[in-house]
Design a protein around this ligand. Structure first.
Ligand SMILES: [Zn+2]
Ligand SMILES: [Zn+2]
Length: 411
């Protein structure tokens, strides 16, 4: 994922200046060039002054186009006045570009031979004229120093970047924008969301809990109200039935159905009051509610109720596919992100530990399984625990993830 295209402030390449290799190479060349100049200053200075004189010659003088070719003929008359003008012009640029090599303007004047202008060709091609106007470009030590300075600044920034730690994973050498842990976590959460949605959908489809299903209670009918809650939840450490009466898949369906009813209400039909009037299935996630499931016929049988007044008398299921419910639940998926406001609660996942499902009541401090919310972030930093749990959950249900992906890839 790329947040924006980058343009290098040095070479205009498609990268940040901190990653520019051209600047590194140019700085190295500049360093070598300065070393060469220092080793042989007199020789280099002669070349440099010559180049400045050449630039002045082709810059200052007018041209005619060459009747015998494609280029130009420079209007150079070789007069003393012309040489004097060109010398002054050369001294002016030398004083600016090579200032550290001359103590006075007189010294610069001595370095410029007025007869040098007689040596420059007056018949030149288009390219020769324009490149000669720039002849002094290679003889600007200040520009070499500027490149080295810039390189040093960038290297300092690179070192600071390496020291900085990521606000998401606290790792060094990168920021949250390039955090590979964050990319991985987003994928883990997405996969866990898909598996959770599929297991919920499978359970609800099997027993018919979705739009237009109803419960009958106290002589009235109440219709299913979907709860647009996008928080995924999942059950971990599912302990198998110690009596071996119920298969793991059946148990999974029953538990996810119970969990779904905890998050579902039914609205009283023909009730126009503002707050409406709602009722619930009255199930919690416990072994006590397993008696309501007729697994052979894939139906919820509330006649198994003996004394629980919160459970309705009748449940009227709806025929609906797992795929349909799954796709509806996936509509609520959103990538997790930390909240902007400091004290806002973060995106979370619901996690229920089912290890104690089968334990006798007297040994357990509560009779049902509780889905508790765990935040994915602590401020901007990741909480590793829910992600570790999601990884295990997805691994355990890799077959479900495959089915979920098949449905999503179909569309
Ligand atoms: Zn660059
Ligand atoms: Zn990171």
């Amino acid at each position: 994922m790329s947040y924006r295209t980058k343009t290098c402030a040095y070479c205009n390449g498609n990268h940040a200046i901190l990653d520019c290799t051209k600047l590194v190479e140019d700085a190295k060349k500049a360093q070598e060039k300065l070393a060469q100049i220092a080793n042989n200053t007199d020789e280099w200075l002669k070349e440099a002054v010559h180049a400045h004189a050449k630039a002045a010659f082709y810059y200052e003088l007018d041209c005619n186009s060459d009747p015998n070719g494609n280029g130009y003929i420079v209007k150079y008359d070789g007069s003393t006045q012309t040489k004097k003008d060109l010398t002054e012009r050369t001294i002016a640029t030398v004083a600016w570009r090579l200032t550290e090599y001359f103590d006075t303007r007189e010294e610069a004047r001595e370095a410029v031979d007025p007869d040098v202008f007689d040596t420059f060709p007056t018949t030149v091609t288009y390219e020769e004229r324009w490149s000669s106007r720039d002849a002094d470009r290679e003889y600007r030590p200040q520009s070499y120093r500027a490149i080295i300075r810039r390189h040093n600044d960038v290297q300092e920034a690179v070192a600071n970047r390496a020291k900085k730690s990521c606000s998401y994973c606290r790792g060094a050498g990168h920021t949250v924008r390039t955090c590979s842990q964050k990319k991985l976590d987003t994928e883990i959460y997405h996969n866990a969301f898909k598996v959770s949605a599929y297991l919920r959908a499978r359970a609800m489809s099997r027993f018919g809990l979705w739009t237009s299903s109803m419960v009958g209670k106290d002589g009235a009918y109440w219709t299913f109200t979907p709860n647009p809650n996008r928080t995924p939840y999942f059950l971990t450490e599912l302990a198998p039935d110690p009596n071996g009466k119920i298969s793991e898949e059946d148990l999974t369906d029953c538990l996810y159905f119970m969990a779904s009813t905890e998050r579902t209400s039914f609205k009283k039909m023909a009730d126009e009051s503002y707050y409406g009037s709602t009722t619930r299935m009255g199930f919690d996630i416990s072994k006590h509610c397993l008696k309501y499931f007729d697994l052979e016929n894939n139906r919820v049988d509330l006649s198994a109720n003996d004394d629980d007044s919160t459970v309705p008398e009748r449940f009227l299921p709806v025929v609906i596919s797992t795929e349909h419910i799954f796709k509806q639940l996936m509509e609520y998926y959103k990538e997790p992100s930390p909240k902007k406001e400091r004290y806002a609660s973060h995106d979370d996942v619901g996690i229920a530990d089912c290890r104690h499902l089968w334990e006798a009541e007297q040994n357990s401090w509560r009779r049902n399984i509780w889905i508790s919310s765990t935040e994915l972030y602590d401020r901007k930093q990741r909480n590793s625990r829910p992600f570790d749990q999601m990884v295990k959950f997805v691994e355990k249900h890799s077959d479900i993830l495959k089915k979920a992906n098949e449905i999503l890839n179909k569309n």
